[in-house]
Design a binder for this molecule. Structure first.
Ligand code: NAP
Length: 319
């Protein structure tokens, strides 16, 4: 494993996503994945207060609760950098998700942290994200409410997910103006393949070049990528390329990826992760896995080194 700074913390250079843990992935397997991740040096895990409310019989607290049971069973809370998110649960009342999500108002932020802490069995989270942008709440209100949680010691650092780049920049400016902590983590959709022109991910926001250019100038801001492996489509022939990524240029990009995977005797998944880690700025992948073999494959990618020429070839194909 390798380590890097995220704001004031050292974290493993891969983060383990736990979205399906405790629902689609059973408790025994989830514990085994978390154990293997930490045995191999992983320290950084990602959850949210809404995983997986969309499954029948679930309320969204399942992943946090599973993590809480695992942390209690292993007694390792202080060795783990725990990130969770709030604001994307369905709001009470009518309306369809995601339009009716709770959002990032001050009352939602102040109230949501406590059930998360209870489920996780901890008195603070190390990183707390706003899960999805909330255009209906003034940015200053959101930033100040997160700042209050840091002041109270309930969150060590704060970040944002699925927010358009210009609003991230403005939020960080507002935090400086208000004298509260700035977001140190930006979690967006990102992978090697570029989405097709004009792609709409609904509430999800993909990393774009202006966001990366901004992050390059901000040493205290880490960009994190969810969905880096496109749900397995890079390596598993049974998994179709998601339609947003299935466009003519993608096939040329996949050919270069395959070529470099052959040169390195690696898998395409591993080349995607190594490319991301070696980019400027280095992007921190949040890996999604449901089996130990998938986890080992992803962890092995940390040691994979692309030559500058291979990295440049991947960048050139990406355009
Ligand atoms: N901020 C947000 O809005 C947001 C959104 C989504 C996710 N996230 C976070 O990011 C994490 C990862 O996201 P994701 O699950 O969408 O990531 P992903 O990397 O796109 O997909 C993960 C899935 O890829 C498959 N996979 C992994 N390695 C494989 C391999 N070697 N061969 C074949 N298939 C393989 C597995 O599917 P199978 O289980 O089918 O085998 C795994 O569940 C989540 O757990 C969550 O923490 C955040």
């Amino acid at each position: 494993m390798r380590y890097r700074n995220l704001g004031r913390r050292q974290v493993s250079s891969l983060c383990l996503g736990t979205l399906p843990f405790g629902t689609l992935v059973d408790e025994q397997t989830s514990f085994a994945l978390l154990d293997r991740f930490t045995e191999r040096g992983g320290t950084f895990v990602d959850t949210a207060n809404c995983y997986c409310f969309w499954i029948d019989g679930c309320d969204g607290g399942e992943s946090e609760s599973l993590l809480g049971r695992w942390l209690a069973a292993r007694g390792n809370r202080d060795e783990v950098v725990l990130a969770t998110k709030l604001g994307a649960l369905p709001a009470p009342g009518d309306g369809e998700w995601p339009t009716n999500r709770e959002g990032l108002s001050a009352p939602v932020i102040a109230a949501s942290i406590h059930p998360s802490l209870r489920r996780l069995g901890t008195d603070r989270v190390d990183l707390l994200y706003g899960h999805v942008d909330d255009p209906a709440t003034p940015l200053a209100e959101t930033v100040a409410a997160f700042g209050a949680l840091v002041r109270e010691g309930l969150a060590e650092q704060v970040g944002i997910s699925n927010q358009p780049g210009p609003r991230v920049v403005r939020s960080r400016e507002l935090a400086a103006e208000l004298g509260v902590p700035r977001y140190t983590a930006l979690q967006q959709r990102h992978t090697y393949l570029r989405p097709g022109p004009g792609t709409d991910f609904d509430y999800q926001i993909a990393v774009d070049d202006p966001q990366l250019a901004y992050a390059r100038t901000q040493p205290d801001l880490t960009v994190l990528a969810y969905g880096p492996l496109l749900n397995g489509a890079y390596t598993d022939p049974a998994k179709p390329l998601p339609e947003q990524y299935d466009h003519p240029a993608a096939h040329a990009q996949l050919s270069v990826l395959s070529e470099i995977a052959r040169e390195l005797d690696a898998t395409r998944n591993q080349v995607v992760l190594a490319w991301m880690l070696g980019s400027e700025p280095s992007v921190l992948p949040i890996i999604g896995v449901s089996r130990l073999t998938q986890l080992d494959e992803a962890l092995d990618a940390v040691e994979l080194r692309l030559t500058p020429e291979q990295h440049a070839r991947l960048d050139a194909a990406r355009g």
